[in-house]
Every structure is written in C-alpha cells, then in structure tokens.
Write a protein that binds this ligand. Structure first.
Ligand SMILES: Cc1cc2nc3c(=O)[nH]c(=O)nc-3n(C[C@H](O)[C@H](O)[C@H](O)COP(=O)(O)OP(=O)(O)OC[C@H]3O[C@@H](n4cnc5c(N)ncnc54)[C@H](O)[C@@H]3O)c2cc1C
Ligand code: SF4
Length: 327
C-alpha cells in the first residue's frame, strides 16, 4: 500500500485549510468520512492520495436543523443515525434509503457525505484496470462484463451511480452544501452530479480541495408521501440493481406533484421527468402505475448483458407507486 499521511481536523475551515496547504505542496488530498470505502481504495491502490483529511471529529458536522422551511443535515451523520432520525417523519424516503445500505456495521460508520461521494463499484475500475475512472482513455465494460452497468446516461463510462441515499436526496429536491477555499455554496443536484459525457473521470462537481459539508432539503408539504424501493441481485447487503425514490404530493387521491428518481441504473441519480409529468392530475390506478413503469424505460438503452434491467426498472417504478397507494 502506498504511504499517506493522516490529518485529523476539528472544523470545516480547518479541513479546507489543510487541503489547500497540502495541495500547495504538490500533494493530492482525499477527505475521509467513515473511511469504509476510502480505506479499501487506498489498500487496493485505486485511490493514490498523499494526504487523508479525517473529518470524523469535526464539531457539529452531523447535526440536523430546520429553519424557514428548510432542513439542513450535516454530512457526517452516519447512515444508521440518519435512518433513525426525525427526518424520517417528513422525508421517509431518505430514512428508508439510508437503512437499505450495506450491512449494519457499514451503516454505523459510513456517513451521508461519504455515501453520496463514494466512487463507482464497476469491477474493472475496482480491480485496477486503467479505464476512464482511473485516468485512462477507454471503457472496458462496453464490450466486456456489463451486467450491472448503466441503461441511462452512459458513455463514455457506463458506471451506475452507487449511492442509495443520492436518489432519495434528489427526489426530495435537495441541494448540496459544498465548502472550499472560496467559502460555502449551495449546489443544485443538476450541477452536483456529473455525467460521464461532461467528465468521464468524475461523478460529481467537487473540485480538488472541496468537500461536501451536508445537504439542504425543502421541508415536504404535509400532504406529501414518499417511498424507497430497492431491488438487489441477492437478498443481502449490496448495492441496488435498480432502486426508485418517489415523493408525491397528494390532493386526496389525485397526484398534485411527483418527483421520481432511479438509482442503480444510470450514471447519475436519474430523474424521470416524463413520468412525473404524466402522473400529475391522475389517480394512481392499476393502469396508471403500469403506464408509468412503461414510460420509465422508454428511453433506456441497455448494453449487451444488462437487458434484464429494463423489465426490472419498469416493475420497480410500478411497485413503488403501488406501495404509496397501499400505504
Ligand atoms: C459490502 C458492502 C456493501 C455496500 N452496500 C452498499 C449499498 O447497498 N448501498 C450503498 O449506497 N453503498 C453501499 N456500499 C458502499 C458504502 O455505503 C460506502 O462505503 C459508504 O457509504 C461510504 O461512506 P464513508 O463515510 O465511509 O465514506 P469514506 O470511505 O470516508 O469516503 C468515500 C469516498 O467519498 C469521499 N468523501 C468522504 N467524505 C467526503 C466529504 N465530506 N466530501 C468530499 N468527499 C468525501 C472520500 O474521499 C472517498 O472517495 C457498500 C460497501 C460495502 C463494502
Ligand atoms: S464503466 Fe466506467 S468504471 Fe467501468 S470500465 Fe468503463 S470507464 Fe471504467
């Protein structure tokens, strides 16, 4: 394993300054939340950072606070804390998504920010192939083993965005709070998540030396309902083959607004705008939810070995909406 140094910081400002100092010395930097992904990447050599800035002891970095119709969640909150927090009362989909991640051991340590910014789990990248994600200039999955790869938004890389929490955040209309040398800024999901066509090496817009401090969510209306549905390739602790995060605002039995986002099938959390528009003004009858499932996959483009994701995605959308009808 490559040698690296570790810096423990107690504030976000300290973290940003430590990163700037290291970078000005020509050193590469990574931030560590729970370390569940980063430490393995350092061991495997897929992360070659010179300096690790450990955020675990940052004061107040895991707090949840609400003001003026907005809830701010600190990025150092663990997934276990998030799944059991009050946020679950109003943003149930987020608590469900956090509870669906990995194993209890991982959820007790892994953080919200680390989950959203974890690197892809494509087997080529994780096994040291010099593909786009590793700084190379080709994608081995296009003609290789692509069973678990993207059916939306692919090219030139075909990773699926690995986070369960991210689709729930996007469905809830979250913005992403980023800190860097120029201070703190709120970044919309559209700007935060980066398609491979924009930059095949990255999954988000964080520049070197910038970190994800947390997220900001508009408080959902009282008539909102939400649900997270995840399908895995085995009945145990793993990433989604496909997942659906849905947030609906209801007027009685009629859908007033809809926000539906897919995980596990696209290079970024994938918003189903056409389906959302279709659902508005409709009652969630059996015909309507079936149509929503079909519409969801009309723009999907499978690779040679992941065609199974098409019926799986249609069914997942249908089941998610049925779960909201049936409570
Ligand atoms: C067996 C197994 C099963 C898993 N199953 C799932 C699953 O079902 N669903 C799922 O979503 N994930 C799954 N994961 C991935 C796991 O959830 C991630 O390892 C974890 O969420 C990462 O959180 P962390 O806080 O430990 O991040 P870390 O390991 O600390 O960091 C992960 C990455 O994010 C960067 N980073 C961390 N914090 C910040 C920050 N504040 N700002 C900027 N960059 C930062 C790090 O530099 C690193 O690149 C699984 C992992 C394993 C090993
Ligand atoms: S899908 Fe992405 S991570 Fe996988 S081989 Fe292709 S470029 Fe690399």
């Amino acid at each position: 394993m490559k040698a690296f140094s570790n810096i423990n910081v107690s504030s976000i400002d300290e973290a940003v300054s430590a990163a700037a100092r290291a970078r000005s010395n020509g050193q590469s930097v990574a931030f560590s939340g729970g370390g569940t992904d980063l430490l393995q990447q350092l061991k495997d050599g897929t992360d070659k950072s010179d300096v690790i800035i450990n955020l675990r002891n940052v004061d107040g970095a895991k707090e949840i606070s609400s003001a003026n119709g907005t809830t701010r969640i600190g990025g150092l909150i663990t997934l276990e804390e998030l799944s059991n927090s009050d946020v679950g009362d109003v943003s149930y989909v987020l608590a469900q998504a956090a509870a669906s991640v990995g194993t209890p051991q991982i959820r007790n340590v892994a953080t919200l920010s680390g989950n959203v910014t974890q690197r892809p789990w494509c087997w080529y990248y994780r096994n040291g192939f010099n593909c786009y994600k590793a700084g190379g200039d080709e994608c081995f999955s296009v003609t290789g083993e692509n069973q678990q790869h993207a059916i939306y938004g692919g090219g030139p890389s075909f990773i699926v965005h690995p986070s369960d929490v991210a689709p729930a955040l996007v469905a809830l209309g979250a913005s992403f709070i980023v800190a860097g040398p120029d201070g703190e800024s709120n970044v919309s999901a559209d700007e935060f998540f980066v398609m491979p066509s924009q930059d095949p090496a990255k999954e988000n817009s964080l520049a070197s030396g910038e970190l994800l401090v947390g997220v900001s969510l508009p408080t959902p209306r009282a008539s909102s309902v939400s649900h997270y549905h995840k399908i895995m390739d085995r009945e145990a602790w793993t990433h989604a083959e496909v997942s659906v995060a849905a947030v609906l605002t209801m007027n009685g039995e009629i859908v007033e607004s809809a926000s539906i986002v897919l995980g596990g099938v696209a290079t970024v959390p994938w918003k189903l705008t056409e389906v959302e528009n279709y659902l508005v003004g409709r009652q969630l009858s059996a015909d309507v939810v079936t149509m929503a499932g079909q519409m969801a996959v009309s723009s999907a483009r499978p690779l040679a070995k992941n065609g199974h994701k098409i019926p799986m995605t249609a069914a997942a959308v249908e089941r998610t909406l049925l779960a909201l009808v049936n409570g």
